[in-house]
Structures are given as C-alpha cells and as structure tokens.
Write a protein that binds this ligand. Structure first.
Ligand code: BG6
Length: 491
C-alpha cells in the first residue's frame, strides 16, 4: 500500500499518479496494490479519485483511446483520509483505515509512506507513524520516502536525518532525487564501468576538464514564493547536480548493489575540495538573476518582478561553480558546473573534455581547441556524442572534427521509464540504489554550505544580471580563466 501524505498537492497529480498510471498499464503494480491519499483537505474517496485520476489534466494525454473500464479499475485503487489541519491529529483513525484497507486488499502489511509535504512535517509524521507502530516490520515491510528539499543547510539536513532516524531505520528511509530516476543519469555508470574504451581514460592523465550544464528555459513559474527562499544552488545544485557529479567522480564500485554504489558516491562527494576562504569563493563562484527581456516578441518578466519574489531579492536563478576534487584520479582537473533558469533552451549535459595529444604531428590541423569530447546528453534527446578528428580527404594531413552519435530514441520501441515510475517501483521492491543515503546528502551539503554562506553573508558579493533567454552573465566566463569557453548546446 502506498500512503501519500500531501496527496492533494501538485506533485501527487502531476508526477506520482501519472507514474502509477504507466506502471499499472505496464502490469508492473502488484495486483492488490492500493493508494491511500492523506492530506489536510476534506475529501471523500470519490472526490480524490476524480481529482487525481478521473478528471486529472495530467492524465488527459495518457487516457486517450483507453477504455473506461481500465480507467475506472485504476481509480478504484485510490482512497482518501484527511488528517486535520496540522498533520498531528487523528493518527489512530489513519492507522485504523490503513489496517482496514490492508485486511480488505491483503497488502501483507507492506506499506510505503510517501511524504510529499513541507520538510517541517517529516519528523512529526514519522513520530506519529511510530506511535501507531506503523514503522514496525514484524509483519510486512515499512518504508518512508521523502521528497526534496532535504534540508536548507548542512545543519538542517542533519536535523532532518536525526529526526527521521529516531523513528525509522536508515534502511527504511528513501530520500528521493528524481534525477537519479533518469535513464541517462544511470547510464553514466554503465558508460563508465562497462566500456573498456572509456574507463582507462577517465582520469587526470587524459581529461582536461569536466563541464556540466543544466539549463531551463522556464522561469520560476508559480513557485516564486518557494524559490525565493531557495535559489538555484539549493534547488538544483545541492541535490540533482551533486548526484551527477558523484557518478562522474566515483571510483568503480565492487558491484552494482545499493551499498557499494552509495559507498563510492559518498567517498566521491567527500573528496570535493570545500572552498572556505572568501578569495577562493570569490574566484570560483558566480551567481546571477534573470532580468526582464523580449523573447520572440513577448516580454518576459525579470526574476524580481515574479509573483512571490521579494523585489530586492538576492536569490540566484543562475549559479556557476568551479571546483577541484582532492584525490588521486582527479588532481588538478577543474570541474565547471552551472545551472540556471530562463536560458535559451532546456538541456542538461555532461561534457568530458579530453587533453590534446602530447605532441601534435599534424600541424595543418583545424582542430584548434576542439579536442576530443564525450558529451553525455542527460535531456532532452537523451544520448551520447563522441567528438574526434578525421582526415579531410585530399592532399596532406588536414584534420577535421567529426562525431559518433547515439540517441536513446534510436532504440525504437524500447520504452524509457519516467523518473518517478522507476523510483516508485524501486521503493516497492526495496531497492535503494537510486535513493540518496543520509551521509551522501550531508556530504553534498558540506560542500555547498560555505558557498551559500558566502553568498548570503560575504562582503560585497555580486549578484549579476542576465537577460532572460541568453546563456547567463558574461562574468561566468571569468571562471574559465580564458582557457576555454562554455559549450552552449544551441550555439
Ligand atoms: C526540481 C526543481 O527539483 O527540478 C525545479 O525544484 C526544476 O525548479 C526541476 O525545474 C527540473 O527537473 P527536470 O527533470 O525537468 O530537469
């Protein structure tokens, strides 16, 4: 049984139910699977079913051509219980409802508690579940899934971890990071560790630098209030991008188990060089906000004009960070990572830049600074691009760059699961490989915390502006020290 706290919220209708729809359609849900939605709103089972299944705009596309029987049979798996205004009441009523549903649908006392609520409620909910012995695994398993943001800082993340661990064992806690549910993010592991043509080169001897770009064309949309207390570093960098970094940096795990993979990821995150002094932070971090601009004849608001945003806000919608990794493999290899809203397009990619050959044999080469690159396209057009030089036909040895390109779409009928589908299924099956462990989250915060502190409290820290629809402020080029340019995927 999946018990969703915060079930009347956006995430349930927008992400969780569509993922359950796909799993149900693909026959991947257990036959006796049921969902119990829980939140503060007063709703009947019927109203909840209408809201998240029968009349949900997020299922409109999927439902096209589907029989009514199929849709109704899915809707009948959804139930609802309200929990009172502060999520602190009526847990005995909730426990009775869970028990009744368990008896009726024979769910074997196996429960996932999915917390899609503000993090301030995590501990309250965990404690109340524990008071009702709903953490007890004597009969059936019990798992608790928590959404981001997982903490606001290292201190608050530790508090959250301690709060949850008072009532649930670490092995019962699943911290979701939807980027880990993306096929292409998982494919980073496969690309590295199943190809003898990449892994031997994956180190300081052959790689000059690593570049990661996460760009979104949208602004803060209707989430200005939340975003203004968060910013790009907390919203994207501390979690999604640090996860990608850990998969690039990590050493080969002994096997593909959750334990071994996560052990290596923690080691990787702990080896990032933490920047503590103002001079280093000044030289290696850039933050900026989007400004009003005309895009395709339409005026796009600046960040400070967005609803819910403080007109004098210093919250960043663009963050670019340069850092180093203090270990044998990565010594002196700079990592450049940037994330931003209101960029020219939505794209996430990792670019592995290889060093030039030690000795240039072909002087008449127009390779220029176009060294070998491995470009891993996380989204969209998921795939891998390898850039290398070939001889230009004709006299002499003129070298030109060409590429090998693989797109997941080339796999034809193979259906690529959406992130939440994969992650929900893994939680049901007790596979925590794609969930973040407590020490992983804390190691990521350890790195990010001093940057946030510097941006919030440092002396005269600039916040630059960039016009909506361009690749960020030109000051971000200063990070690169003139050695190379950012690879802007649309240029
Ligand atoms: C979320 C952030 O975690 O990820 C959003 O809170 C962001 O601000 C979103 O838009 C991006 O996810 P994706 O999968 O669309 O790249």
């Amino acid at each position: 049984m999946l018990v969703i706290f915060g079930a009347s919220g956006d995430l349930t209708a927008r992400k969780l139910v569509p993922a359950l729809y796909n799993l149900y359609k693909a026959n991947q849900l257990p036959e006796n699977f049921v969902v119990l939605g829980v939140s503060r709103s007063n709703m009947t089972d019927g109203e909840f079913r209408r809201k998240v299944v029968l009349e949900s705009k997020f299922l409109e596309e999927k439902k096209k051509g589907e029989s009514l029987d199929f849709i109704n049979s899915l809707a009948e798996k959804f139930f609802y219980e309200d929990l009172g205004a502060d999520y602190n009441l009526e847990y005995s009523k909730l426990a009775t409802r869970i028990s009744d549903l368990n008896n009726k649908y024979r769910t074997d006392h196996n429960y996932i508690f999915y917390l899609s609520t503000p993090p301030s409620l995590y501990e309250v909910i965990a404690k109340n579940l524990s008071d009702q012995e709903l953490n007890n695994e004597e009969k059936g398993w019990k798992r608790i899934v928590v959404e981001k943001p997982f903490g606001y800082s290292l201190g608050t993340a530790k508090e959250l971890n301690r709060g949850l661990q008072k009532y649930f064992k670490e092995s019962q806690i699943y911290r979701i990071d939807h980027y880990l549910g993306k096929e292409t993010v998982q494919n980073l592991l496969v690309t590295r560790f199943s190809n003898s043509i990449f892994e031997p080169l994956w180190n300081r001897n052959y790689i000059s630098h690593i570049e990661i770009t996460n760009a979104e064309s949208g602004g803060v949309e209707k989430r200005g209030g939340y975003y203004d207390t968060s910013g790009a570093l907390r919203d994207m960098f501390q979690n999604h991008l640090m996860q990608i970094v850990s998969l690039i940096v990590m050493e080969p795990p002994i096997d593909a188990s959750a334990l071994e993979i996560r052990n290596e990821k923690v080691k990787a995150l702990k080896s990032l060089r933490i920047m503590r002094d103002e001079e280093t932070l000044f030289k290696n971090t850039i933050r900026a906000q989007y400004l009003a601009s005309e895009i395709d004849g339409e005026t796009v608001k600046g960040y400070r004009e967005e609803e819910g945003v403080n007109p004098e806000s210093k919250t960043e919608t663009y963050a670019a960070i340069k850092f180093f990794v203090d270990n044998w493999r990565w010594k002196d290899v700079p990592f450049y990572v940037r994330t931003a809203k209101r960029m020219p397009t939505k794209v996430t990619e990792v670019v592995v830049h290889f060093k030039s050959p030690h000795h240039q044999v072909f002087k008449d080469s127009d390779m220029g600074n176009k060294d070998n690159k491995l470009i891993i396209r996380i989204q969209p057009d998921e795939g891998i691009l390898l850039k290398f030089g070939v001889k230009v036909p004709g006299q002499g040895f003129k070298v030109e760059q060409t590429h090998l390109d693989f797109s997941y779409s080339d796999l034809g009928e193979t259906v690529v699961m959406e992130a939440y589908e994969r992650l929900l299924l893994d939680a049901m099956q007790g596979d925590a490989t794609l969930y973040a462990r407590a020490d992983e989250v804390e190691a990521a915060w350890d790195f990010v915390d001093p940057i946030l502190d510097y941006w919030e409290n440092g002396k005269d820290v600039n916040i630059y502006g960039y016009s909506a629809g361009v690749w960020g402020p030109s000051n971000a080029d200063d990070l690169l020290e003139g050695d190379f340019k950012w690879r802007n995927p649309t240029e």
